[in-house]
Write a protein of this length. Structure first.
Lengths: 315, 446
């Protein structure tokens, strides 16, 4: 009888380490030379981090009750909300500038930048700032934000194929921050955008990949496989243009789904909204970790606590 | 391990009789090695050679069937480690696991029974109830209780003590349960029991190495209807175990590990239980035992399973038809989209969010997204016209106004020709703008 030995994979590639924040609040993500969670094959020197999403507007009329309740007391005050996020154990705070969208408050760039600075100064963890997703506004607002956060080493989300010149140059080059490169769930698009940013002069260690995101049950398989393919290329084929860590703003996708947002009186059989909303968020977050996420942005404090506990047990 | 063409050639009669349809034995051997022809095509091969060849060409992970009738399911048969390499094959089964001492069993069974979720035509439910324990009387009582609960599910009888399982087996023998555990201490008795009743057998050992050696001994007793159960450990170690088993089976054709794996996703915290089940779905769990379930917290796990076990070559589709959302009436908006499941979900979600009752029409568009379907000629003015005329929407609405997705606004003229009594309204390019659009429907549809 032949003795059995576990097959292990030796890889040639390694994910780049990227720093967020400065001084005592600095954290490092990436650095592993293995596929996601596969510490038995090699080394995972840094744990993934979990951010809490906070908004520049009170989401009372938009967020499902179960998602809103834990933050209701601070929802109108982004600075208080940011402090609550840190209290609840968030490794990073993500300020989502939804109200800069033309269909909403169309907040002036200077005001948004001032708010970002205020939040950054109020917390002792790194900051992410996410734009509203409107290309023209993001290209105008995010450079101002990057300028206001000069030297803070914040993560600016995101530069895409339309906005990479404005956002990439400001966040990644001029003001010493880190830029998330967002593409539409495809390995080649992710690669192309990384190349464009580096050709602009942005250093690789100032780029994080935002591979595009979708909720579990809503096209998640595309996100999962795109991430797996990007990680396989980076780790197994040593593709240097794809060796950046991943950031995934998942909470906003998850809480939009019917499973998470339907009130109990609409779907009585589904039961407690908080339990299913949190489970939706946790299930997606864990799946993204398994596909290689290094930084997750979530909404509910219970999701954040659960995912952080799982990270400690898994890595 | 797969054999090369030359190795196969050595097992053939070497008579070049051509009865297999190939000019020479060597040509036939080469075709066999490439899995392009059945072994049986050669009428002159010895039985011993056939067995060797059959063994060598068997799939790397066996499929195992558990349960009887409508409650039967098949697990295993996987061929790749990552779904994008080809496709995952057998959806893992979620099971409720009950300890014989579980005081809460009635409530758990009732919760499990409630779960019946239709997600794009696939009914999701708890597929199996497992009873676990080591006391004959308590175990038997729990098996009775589980059977009486009336779930549409298969069952499993799991104990380290074969006599405990044997005593309970007659109660549910017709349901073709999974039985276990075969361990280093009892495997001969366990195999005899499973063999006699023709049942799948769960094999348990502390480590993957021990599991491998134990299955080799069970192979020596000529039993191959098995489910692997590496004993529960930390999440991290369990993941390492499952990766080791799948790699060995699928990449190295290590036969003793070429079976589906059972996972214990048990935790008192419902969210941590969900974490374990999530990892089991993604990473090589075939039968996922949970110590409690609820409808709401199973929803994401079902959705994840459906996503991950979709063939990447064949996008998920919804059935063409009329989808009424929010109880629409004769004056309600009529929208057109495509049968690509992702598009349907996004569009339906935005309509629900708008709270405007709406008729959503889904013609057959080849399961493609709006632009792709249009480019491929699967969504055209004539296909929409024909669908609108035949699907019965004309009898349901009095206000004949129909929205066309903004991305295919180019079809407007063609539609106006085909549906001359309808007003054609161009909708937004992106679904996210639908709520705003629908709220203004009275204006735009005039």
């Amino acid at each position: 009888m032949l003795a059995f030995t576990r097959p292990l994979d030796k890889n040639s590639g390694k994910i780049r380490e990227v720093e967020l924040g400065t001084g005592d609040s600095k954290i490092v993500i990436g650095g592993e030379n293995v596929l996601p969670l596969y510490g038995f094959d090699g080394e995972i020197p840094n744990k993934p981090v979990v951010a809490m999403e906070i908004l520049d507007m009170d989401p009372k009329d938009e967020w499902p009750e179960a998602c809103y309740a834990p933050i209701a007391a601070v929802a109108a005050d982004p600075v208080a909300w940011a402090k609550l996020a840190v209290e609840k154990g968030a490794d990073v705070v993500c300020l989502h500038l939804l109200n800069t969208h033309p269909d909403r408050g169309n907040t002036p760039a200077a005001d948004a930048a001032a708010l970002a600075k205020q939040v950054a100064d109020a917390i002792n963890v790194p900051l992410m700032v996410e734009g509203c997703g409107h290309n023209e506004r993001d290209a105008e607002v995010l450079p101002k934000v990057a300028e206001a956060l000069e030297g803070k080493n914040a993560l600016i989300i995101a530069a895409n194929e339309h906005t990479y010149k404005a956002v990439g140059a400001a966040a990644g080059l001029a003001y010493g921050n880190v830029v998330a490169a967002e593409s539409a769930v495809d390995i080649n698009l992710a690669k192309q955008l990384n190349i464009l940013l580096t050709q602009l002069g942005v250093k690789e260690e100032r780029i994080i990949i935002h591979p595009g995101c979708a909720a579990v049950g809503y096209g998640f398989e595309y996100v999962y496989s795109a991430m797996e393919r990007i990680r396989a290329a980076a780790i197994q084929q040593n593709d240097k243009t794809l060796q950046m860590p991943f950031v995934l703003p998942y909470g906003q996708e998850s809480w939009r789904t019917k499973e998470a947002s339907a009130p109990v009186d609409e779907m009585p059989a589904w039961g407690d909204q908080e339990a299913r909303g949190v489970m939706m968020e946790v299930c997606g977050a864990i799946s993204l970790l398994a596909a290689g996420a290094h930084a997750l942005v979530l909404r509910h404090p219970s999701s954040i606590a659960t995912v952080k506990k799982a990270i400690v047990e898994l890595i | 391990m797969a054999l090369s063409g030359l190795e196969i050639f050595k097992l053939l009669p070497k008579t070049n009789c051509k009865e297999c349809g190939f000019p020479t034995c060597l040509a036939f051997a080469m075709k066999l090695a490439a899995a392009g022809v059945e072994v049986d095509k050669c009428p002159h091969m010895s039985d011993a050679a056939k067995e060797t060849l059959g063994e060598a060409s068997a799939p790397p992970q066996k499929t195992v069937t558990i349960g009887a009738g409508d409650n039967a399911f098949t697990i295993g048969g996987e061929v790749v480690l990552m779904r994008h390499e080809k496709s995952f094959i057998s959806r893992p089964i979620f099971a409720l696991g009950l300890d014989e001492n579980d005081a809460d069993a009635d409530a758990k069974l009732a919760r499990a029974k409630e779960i019946k979720y239709d997600r794009i035509g696939e009914i999701m439910k708890i597929g199996l109830v497992a009873v676990m324990g080591n006391d004959t009387a308590k175990f038997g009582a729990m098996v009775d209780k589980a059977a009486a609960a009336g779930l549409e599910a298969a069952c499993a009888l799991l104990s380290d003590n074969v006599d405990v399982v044997k005593a309970a087996l007659p109660k549910v023998a017709a349901a073709k349960p999974l039985v276990g555990y075969a361990t280093e201490a009892n495997y001969e008795a366990a195999v005899a029991m499973a063999k006699e009743a023709g049942l799948a057998l769960a094999v348990k050992a502390d480590t993957v190495e021990a599991l491998h050696d134990l299955v080799e001994k069970i192979h020596a007793l000529d039993y191959k209807n098995l489910v692997l159960f590496p004993a529960p450990k930390s999440m991290k170690e369990e993941l390492a175990d499952r990766v080791a088993i799948s790699r060995a089976a699928l990449k190295q054709t290590v036969r003793p590990l070429g079976y589906p794996t059972m996972v214990c996703a048990c935790d008192e915290d419902q969210y941590m239980r969900g974490v374990k089940a999530t990892l089991a779905v993604l990473k090589y769990g075939a039968l996922i035992i949970m110590n409690d379930v609820s409808y709401g917290t199973m929803l994401p796990l079902f959705a994840l399973r459906q996503n991950i076990f979709t063939d990447p070559q064949k996008p998920m589709r919804v059935e063409p038809g009329i989808y009424p959302i929010g109880n629409p009436g004769p004056e309600s908006p009529v929208l057109v989209t495509v049968d690509f499941a992702l598009t349907y979900f996004i569009v339906a979600g935005e309509i629900e969010k708008s709270k405007v009752p709406t008729w959503l029409l889904i013609p057959d568009a080849g399961g493609l997204s709006v632009l792709t379907a249009w480019a491929a000629g699967k969504l055209s003015g004539s296909s929409i016209t024909q669908f609108v005329k035949e699907c019965g929407i004309c009898d349901k609405v009095t206000r004949k106004a129909i929205e066309l997705p903004g991305k295919v606004a180019v079809l407007k003229g063609e539609l106006e020709d085909g549906l001359s009594d309808w007003k054609i309204v161009i909708g937004p390019d992106e679904a996210i703008d639908l709520p705003k659009f629908l709220k203004a429907w009275d204006e735009v549809s005039k």
